[in-house]
Design a protein around this ligand. Sequence first.
Ligand code: SF4
Length: 347
Amino acid sequence: MENMYQRSLAGEINKEDALMLVNSNPFHLFDLANKLRAEIVGDEVTFVVNRNIHITDRCTINCAFCSFKNKAKYEMSIDEILQSVGEAKELGATEICLFGGVMPYMTVDYYCDIIRAIKTNYDIELHTLSPVEIYHAAKASEMTTKEVLIELKKSGLDTLTGASAEILVDSVRAEICPNKVTTSQWVDIIKETHEVGIPSTSTMMYGTVETWEDRIEHLLILRDIQRETGGFTEFVPMTFLSENNEAGQDTMGASGMEDLQLHALARVILGRDIPNIQAAWIKMGTRMAQMALCCGANDLGGTMMEDRISLAAGASHGDHLPKNQMISVVEAIGRIPVERTTTYKHV
Ligand code: SF4
């Protein structure tokens, strides 16, 4: 493991190393990841005071793992979105994340109108959209994806989400999200995003049909992109939640041990390239998130305030963890809580 520690810090972990680590004693992997976390980012655990706003559940993409799409068939007006942002501001939020489905009428103007309305009324970071929305907005607007990104940035978009990555292996995507962008489309759009000066998160939704080889392939793709663009702010592993969706008929998702292995392996592979690894309490619960923070992670994510997507899929840990509770979760494992912005500046 000493050898793996040095290789990780030098950015040299390859597919064979990663497979060997997955097949070794998990507790050795956890220890390695925890030591790397201490060396790379120290003992601080960051979190962001944010609000998710789910602007619509209407969607034509039909991913097999999604429990959110087309249930209530609602769509928020701009006034309703602004009211939600205002409530979040009053609770001290520094970040708003807008989520929604993909519909043919969602042109670049549709998104720019919402973004401009928020940014002219509130001083708040706007973290929204992902490669799949950019791809379809470009089609609907008869523009290139790069032109769409430039217009969104001009309207006030601060950062893009790295959502719609799921697993960046086309044979997996063919099973769980055949109508979404392909791996190469996702990669091209995220690189363009960084190129036009919009940072993004990176994500993985794991626990359906993929293998450890697929997960490793995904992490290596993210590392390659980061080495080229430097545009990722963090890596967010999201464990699959299996209620009320098609994919959940065949699997209950990853085990708790796999959740921890995934966070630890991400730390080892991503090393100094993507130093921030999130433990998403909304998916795993706060106790499991505390464990992940001891296995390589260094960020507890956001206060959320609401998360209709996770609740629809069976998350049972609530959808709001106020700032004082975030602090308690971190202090309970002997680490130092630090509030951050979307781009990891201290508040
Ligand atoms: S995950 Fe997103 S794109 Fe896929 S069906 Fe659900 S809302 Fe639509």
